[in-house]
Design a protein around this ligand. Structure first.
Ligand SMILES: O=P(O)(O)OC[C@H]1O[C@H](O[C@H]2O[C@H](CO)[C@@H](O)[C@H](O)[C@H]2O)[C@H](O)[C@@H](O)[C@@H]1O
Length: 271
């Protein structure tokens, strides 16, 4: 299916109709972190959620399986989310931590893990003189950010990423908001992770429908994995852009309001 413009959930009537559908039956919730739960900020280390969002996630996780699905690695994500009961999915689906049940890591990481240190060293050396370009090392990958860079530095960072990608075939390049990421060249993304989360939830009861909310290019993998007849994808964007998600919310504040209403309907507090 070709991506189309998602429909805005600004209208109270649309939101109410959707919430009625999400209010009963087995449900699995997947929520992206940066740009969906946490507002986008200039530097990766500055992103976070407030206590209200943490309580919201904890409340949702007590009601239905609720996963935070991020490009950040699991340790970083865990520190920032800190919501008891939430499932954590790190490194774009490569690492999955079910509460109280250890970490499941995708197979096939040996080659990229072995090359990661050299890649990080090369990227740091190549970008050292580029003002506003940041290298973010992660457990299985590395990101090159240019949100704080001018156009010339951004173009230079893009060239460095292209050159390094030729020397490190164990990685593939993923794009995001003002960032390029070297991700292990294996078959795992947020879409396949949603499939694994659904199977895990189904093992404990009925096969759930999925609600997935995300804002970035990598969330499109998750939206594409949804079944349009029973699942719900919500893009977070202003203005809306073409997406495999069917619905759209404006920003992280609108996501917070929507999740509050979802908690109310799941608790039977509103229709
Ligand atoms: O899958 P996500 O949870 O959305 O993570 C995607 C990447 O998010 C982070 O970078 C983005 O957010 C930063 C903080 O707001 C922002 O400065 C940057 O421009 C964005 O690209 C994170 O740093 C990456 O590791 C994640 O992969």
């Amino acid at each position: 299916m070709h991506p189309a413009l998602p429909r805005s959930l600004d209208s109270a009537a649309d939101q109410a109709a959707l919430l009625v559908r999400l209010g009963t039956g087995p449900l699995l919730i997947g929520l992206d972190f940066d740009g969906t739960l946490a507002p986008i900020v200039d530097r990766p280390e500055g992103a976070g959620i407030d206590d209200a969002m943490r309580s919201r996630l904890t409340a949702l996780a007590a009601l239905v399986p609720t996963a935070v699905v991020s490009g950040r690695d699991l340790d970083d994500l865990g520190r920032r989310v800190a919501a008891p009961g939430a499932i954590l999915v790190g490194s774009h689906g490569i690492e999955i931590a079910y509460p109280g049940d250890g970490v499941e890591r995708a197979p096939g990481l040996e080659r990229s893990d072995a090359a990661l240190g050299a890649l990080i060293r090369d990227l740091r050396a190549a970008t050292a003189d580029l003002s506003g370009v940041l290298v973010e090392p992660k457990r299985h990958s590395v990101a090159v950010h240019w949100r704080l860079a001018g156009p010339a530095e951004e173009a230079a960072a893009e060239r460095i990423v292209e050159e390094a990608s030729g020397s490190f075939p164990a990685f593939r390049i993923g794009r995001g908001k003002k960032v390029a990421e070297f991700r292990p060249a294996i078959e795992r993304d947020k879409g396949s992770a949603v499939g694994l989360l659904r199977d895990h939830a189904a093992a404990g009861g009925g096969v759930p429908s999925v609600l997935y909310i995300g804002d970035d290019v990598t969330d499109e993998d998750a939206f594409r994995a949804l079944d349009p007849d029973r699942d719900t994808g919500i893009l977070v964007a202003t203005p809306p852009r073409h997406s495999a998600a069917g619905w759209c919310l404006a920003d992280t504040a609108a996501v917070a309001d929507f999740l509050d209403r979802l908690i109310e309907v799941r608790c039977g507090l509103s229709p």
